[in-house]
Structures are given as structure tokens and as C-alpha cells.
Design a protein around this ligand. Structure first.
Ligand code: SF4
Ligand code: SF4
Length: 212
């Protein structure tokens, strides 16, 4: 058995060891304090000091391929590009996507999501849902990182938040015109295709500029 090493005289004094232990942190602190002060007066600009992002007022720049909170992309008339194929729901390793598909009035578009939920409390941000989508209907490019909530239910995004990433809970007003299961109004069906196409004056059969 290894014998416990005896403390040296300096170690038994305690304070010198504390000073030695905090030396590295203190050295960075005083170096940055000195350099940032010098930079304020236009001096020593060639020597970089540590940079701190004052988050959340000053968000850190994100890489172009960074995977942030999801959104559903929209057609010209404001309806989802999603065709309810369920590929994302099937491929999701966390099983956190729930879709209920409904019939679309445009015969060129087979279905659309009456309901589309993502539970961010379970999502692992793998991006498979984005990669697998044949319609470019779901993206993770909102650059939204603050997905914390006070409850598990608060981590669940529904179709309102996915269609409009600027929305924040508690959701007060439903602006979706197309038929959907509206959690804001108790989960009942809400919206109509007439409201969508009367507003835009477009023909459902020719509503998608990409499909022509
Ligand atoms: S990022 Fe991954 S875990 Fe999250 S919803 Fe998409 S497929 Fe599921
Ligand atoms: S988001 Fe894409 S993959 Fe998911 S159901 Fe809609 S069309 Fe299919």
C-alpha cells in the first residue's frame, strides 16, 4: 500500500498553495484587464485579448450549417410546403415528431399537415428530418437557440410555432388560415381552404410555383 505523502513546510502554510493554484486564472484575468484597458485607449491593438460575447444581448455568430430550432417552410399563399409524407416522423430517432395528415384541395399536392408537433425536449438535433424531407418543407435554420421552458409541455412546438418561428409561448392568436387542429383554441379544427384561396385569389390547382 502506498504511504500518504507528508506535506512540505510551504504546503502546510496553505496560503502559498492557494496562490499557486489560482495563478493561471489570475494571470489570464490581469492580462485581459490590462489589454482591454489598453485597447480602450487605442494602445497595443496588435495583441488580442480574450473576447466575451455578452449573451443574450450579443449573440455569438453561428456557422452557416448550424442546426437551430426547426421551422416549416411555406408556399406562396402561406400554407405549409409539407405534403404529410411522414418520412421525417419515420426517420426521427427520438420519435419526437407527430404529424396528422389531411387531404389537400390541390390535386397535385396529395396531403398536408393538419397537425405537426415537434417535442424539443426529446429532439437530439440530428437534422435527419431536414435531410430526409423530399419537399424542403422543414429546416433548422432559424438561429433560435433559446428553447428553454418551465415545463415539458412548454418544449413542444406545434404548427403555429413551426410556421412562424417568431412566435413565443403562451400563444394568444391563431393566424393560420388553412384547416388545422388548433391547440390555441382547445385542439378543435379551425381554418378553411376558402379563407386561404379567397384571400390570395389563387387557384388551388396552381398554387405551388415550384410545381407549376
Ligand atoms: S432533428 Fe433529429 S431528433 Fe430532432 S426532430 Fe429532427 S429527426 Fe427528430
Ligand atoms: S416535413 Fe417533409 S418529410 Fe416531414 S412529412 Fe412533411 S414533406 Fe414529409
Amino acid at each position: 500500500m502506498r504511504r500518504k505523502r507528508e506535506l512540505t513546510f510551504w504546503e502546510r502554510l496553505y496560503v502559498p498553495e492557494i496562490i499557486r493554484g489560482t495563478w493561471l486564472t489570475s494571470r489570464h484575468f490581469f492580462r485581459n484587464l490590462f489589454l482591454h484597458t489598453a485597447h480602450r485607449f487605442g494602445l497595443l491593438k496588435g495583441i488580442p485579448a480574450a473576447v466575451t460575447f455578452q449573451y443574450p444581448e450579443q449573440p455569438r455568430p453561428l456557422a452557416p450549417r448550424f442546426r437551430s430550432r426547426h421551422r416549416l417552410t411555406a408556399r406562396e399563399e402561406g400554407t405549409p410546403r409539407c405534403v404529410g409524407c411522414m418520412l421525417c416522423e419515420t426517420v426521427c430517432p427520438a420519435r419526437c415528431i407527430t404529424i396528422v395528415a389531411g387531404e389537400h384541395p390541390d390535386p397535385n399536392v396529395e396531403k398536408y399537415p393538419v397537425r405537426f408537433d415537434i417535442d424539443l425536449g426529446v429532439c437530439v438535433y440530428c437534422g435527419y428530418c431536414v435531410e430526409v424531407c423530399p419537399e424542403d418543407a422543414i429546416r433548422m435554420d432559424t438561429n433560435i437557440l433559446d428553447v428553454a421552458a418551465y415545463s415539458r409541455d412548454g418544449m413542444k412546438l406545434d404548427i403555429h410555432e413551426l410556421m412562424d418561428p417568431a412566435l413565443r409561448k403562451p400563444l394568444a392568436e391563431c393566424k393560420l388560415k388553412f384547416p388545422h387542429r388548433c391547440a390555441i383554441h382547445g385542439g378543435g379544427e379551425r381554418g378553411s381552404w376558402e379563407a386561404v384561396y379567397n384571400q390570395t385569389g389563387s387557384d388551388p390547382a396552381g398554387s405551388d410555383p415550384i410545381r407549376g
